[in-house]
Design a protein around this ligand. Structure first.
Ligand code: FES
Ligand code: FES
Length: 152
């Protein structure tokens, strides 16, 4: 076991983790943040995407102990004072989800993109989201939502 300190959605957590524990399961099973989904467990689908020190990462590719001292944002941490994050609003307004399974990861990947590049082209959006798979929407409305959040 190794003691790690994580700041998740603004709250500090001290946890004793086994070195083999993946960050996605630390978030889901130890902290109860089940908004971060597991789609593949093999870094293919992006359902588990979170922000790690401001960068979007697939949390099934990160060990919990590697995140020691990091700041993490999950889908539960995006809204503030009951107000959805602009990217969440745009996904809602543009009908960018159906079953919703990919949505938390997709939203976090989009937030990571817009933090880095506030006015991406359509091609840049598609490239930034290519590691996030959606089986429902055909991606078109997702791209429109990110464009709407970018200009909004
Ligand atoms: S569960 Fe992490 S990429 Fe699919
Ligand atoms: S909305 Fe169903 S997988 Fe994307």
């Amino acid at each position: 076991m190794r003691r790690v300190s994580l700041v998740v959605n603004g709250a500090r957590h001290e946890l004793d983790l086994e070195p083999r524990e993946l960050l996605v399961y630390v978030l889901r099973d130890r902290l109860g943040l089940t908004g971060t989904n597991v789609g593949c467990d093999t870094s293919s689908c992006g359902a588990c995407t979170v922000l790690l020190d401001g960068e979007s990462v697939k949390s099934c590719t990160v060990l919990g102990v590697q995140a020691d001292a990091a700041e993490i944002t999950t889908i539960e941490g995006l809204a503030t004072n009951g107000e959805l994050h602009p990217v969440q609003e745009a996904f809602h307004a543009e009908h960018a989800l159906q079953c919703g399974y990919c949505t938390p990861g997709m939203v976090l990947a989009a937030v990571g993109l817009l933090d880095e590049n506030p006015a991406p082209s359509e091609e840049e959006i598609r490239r930034a989201l290519e590691g996030n798979l959606c089986r429902c929407t055909g991606y078109h409305n997702i791209v429109r939502a990110v464009q709407a959040a970018a200009v909004g």
